[in-house]
Design a protein around this ligand. Structure first.
Ligand SMILES: Nc1ncnc2c1ncn2[C@@H]1O[C@H](COP(=O)(O)OP(=O)(O)OP(=O)(O)O)[C@@H](O)[C@H]1O
Ligand SMILES: [Mg+2]
Length: 279
């Protein structure tokens, strides 16, 4: 198939996630413009690109929160694009791919204690079963004690809340976790803890990650493959170490140069950005 040839990370026979020729426009804006890639089973693929480059729109299409104008998304070889075919179908699709957002404040109901959040997710997908031990197991998996089951979101730190959001996503044993700026709101030491946790979880469960971030340090840390998006298009892709060490596209170089460091000159970066826009 053509799509596999031009994709990233398609080293295993069937990638866990395959995205082919996605397009999505909003009026005149081409938010996603012919995006194709593959995530190897158990792999971790990063999507980087500046604000407005189409990362979240791509994620929302993959998860099913947004419709693509054209293109296909498959998980383990099964296509998941196309409009709803009833509740059972929607639930089965939700179990395949779960999303973790930047801000767990927005995704957690302030009145629901942590244990109940997890029980609700389990009840929705696996009705009738007793979930007590699974709730304890999930809390343990994300490094929260069983005692936190009674806590309300506001009684937790930002890092702890993100652990709850991760536990809720893992509850349904997804094949793919889509993390959209999932550590961006956390301070760096908490960020490191969550990134370590995510690495451990991937090792234990074999879940694949689609890791959306504007932070190239995060990409370096947690992904094996990376795609670089600009204005809805993929401008560069490949093994993360290679792309970061030897970027081929001027935009990737600019992204790398935009990371603040000693001697960094924001005005020079702004000028380079303008030049690239006009090129
Ligand atoms: N629902 C919408 N209606 C209209 N335009 C939208 C909508 N969603 C996204 N867009 C536009 O599509 C483009 C891509 O947006 P998207 O949110 O995917 O970017 P992003 O790469 O996630 O950016 P950021 O890094 O700021 O999160 C932007 O120009 C945005 O304004
Ligand atoms: Mg976004």
């Amino acid at each position: 198939m053509d799509e596999v040839d031009q994709s990233v990370g398609a080293t295993s026979a069937t990638p866990v996630l395959q995205v082919s020729g996605l397009h999505r426009t909003y009026g005149a804006v081409r938010a996603v413009d012919d995006v194709s890639f593959a995530l190897a089973a158990g792999g971790s693929l990063g999507i980087v690109g500046e604000s407005g480059s189409g990362k979240t729109t791509t994620a929302r299409i993959i998860v099913g929160l947004e419709q693509a104008d054209t293109g296909r998304v498959s998980v383990n070889g099964r296509e998941r694009t196309g409009r709803g075919r009833g509740r059972a179908h929607r639930l089965a699709r939700a179990r395949e791919v779960q999303l973790v957002f930047q801000d767990p404040y927005l995704s957690l109901d302030p009145r629901t204690p942590v244990g109940a959040v997890l029980r609700e997710a389990l009840r929705l997908h696996f009705p009738g079963a007793d979930h007590t031990s699974r709730v304890a197991e999930l809390l343990d998996q994300v490094g929260l004690g069983e005692r936190s089951a009674d806590a309300l979101p506001r009684q937790l730190s930002g890092g702890q809340r993100q652990r709850v959001a991760i536990a809720r996503a893992l509850a349904v044993e997804p094949a793919v976790l889509v993390l959209d700026e999932a550590v961006a709101a956390l301070d760096v030491s908490v960020q490191a803890q969550i990134l370590n946790l995510l690495a451990d979880i991937r090792e234990q469960t074999g879940v694949g990650y689609l890791f959306i971030t504007h932070d190239l340090g995060v990409v370096r840390c947690v992904t094996e493959q990376v795609i670089v998006m600009r204005q809805g298009r993929i401008v560069e892709s490949g093994p993360t170490a290679r792309v970061l060490a030897d970027p081929q596209h001027p935009y990737t170089r600019l992204l790398l140069e935009s990371v603040p460091r000693p001697g960094w000159d924001p005005r020079a970066i702004a000028a380079a950005r303008r030049a690239l826009r006009q090129a």
